[in-house]
Design a protein around this ligand. Structure first.
Ligand code: ADP
Ligand code: MN
Length: 174
C-alpha cells in the first residue's frame, strides 16, 4: 500500500537490542512532539504476550494483540514506535523506518552492562553481525522509506535525532 493520509507521520525505530532505540526515541519525542511508544514496555504492562520464554529470557510476544492494541493509536498518526522487530506491523502504519546499527564490540559492552546472560549477549551480537533487523526491514517496507543509521557514539545519536527531526519538519511542512 502507498502512503496513507495522516495529519502527522508515524516513524518506526528498530534495531537489535542495545543499538539505542529507546534513547533515540526519547530525544526524537522531545525534539518533534511525536509520542514515543515502547512496544517492549507495552507488552509487559498490558500483558500482550503468551508467557515467559525461559530459554530466551524474554516474553513471547503476541503479535496480534500488540497490533490490536496499537491500531487505534497509530491510525491517528504522530507516533514514534520503538521495537527490536518490524515484520509484523502493518506496512501502512509507517512513513519512515529507521534501523539503528552498532559495532559488535560496542554492542557487546552495552549488553554486558545491561546484565544480559552470555547466551543472550551472543545471540544479539550475532543478530547484529548478520544484519537480521536491516534485512527484516528491507523485506517488510518499501526501500524508499527505510534508512539504516549508525548508532555507535553520542554524536551519532545526536545526528540521527537531528536528521529525523528534519524529516518530520519537512513532512508536516512546519
Ligand atoms: P535499545 O532501546 O535499542 O535496547 P538503549 O537506548 O536502551 O537501546 O541503549 C542501550 C545503552 O546504550 C544505553 O545505556 C544507552 O545510553 C547506550 N547507547 C545507545 N546508543 C548509543 C550511542 N549512539 N552512543 C553511545 N551510547 C549509546
Ligand atoms: Mn529499548
Amino acid at each position: 500500500m502507498g502512503s496513507v493520509k495522516r495529519a502527522l507521520p508515524n516513524i518506526l525505530l528498530t534495531g537489535t537490542p542495545g543499538t539505542g532505540k529507546t534513547s533515540t526515541c526519547e530525544l526524537v519525542a522531545e525534539e518533534t512532539g511525536l509520542r514515543h511508544v515502547n512496544v517492549g514496555e507495552l507488552v509487559k504492562s498490558q500483558e500482550l504476550h503468551s508467557g515467559w520464554d525461559d530459554e530466551f529470557g524474554c516474553y513471547v510476544i503476541d503479535e496480534d494483540k500488540v497490533c490490536d492494541a496499537l491500531e487505534t493509536l497509530v491510525a491517528q498518526g504522530g507516533f514514534v514506535v520503538d521495537y527490536h522487530g518490524c515484520d509484523f506491523f502493518p506496512e501502512r502504519w509507517f512513513d519512515l523506518v529507521i534501523v539503528l546499527q552498532t559495532d559488535n564490540t560496542l554492542l557487546y559492552e552495552r549488553l554486558e552492562k545491561r546484565g544480559y546472560s552470555q547466551k543472550k549477549i551472543t545471540e544479539n551480537v550475532e543478530c547484529e553481525i548478520m544484519h537480521v533487523i536491516a534485512e527484516e526491514a528491507r523485506e517488510s517496507y518499501r526501500a524508499e522509506i527505510v534508512q539504516i543509521l549508525p548508532s555507535n557514539t553520542v554524536e551519532d545519536m545526536e545526528s540521527n535525532v537531528e536528521r529525523i527531526a528534519q524529516w518530520v519538519k519537512q513532512c508536516t511542512g512546519s
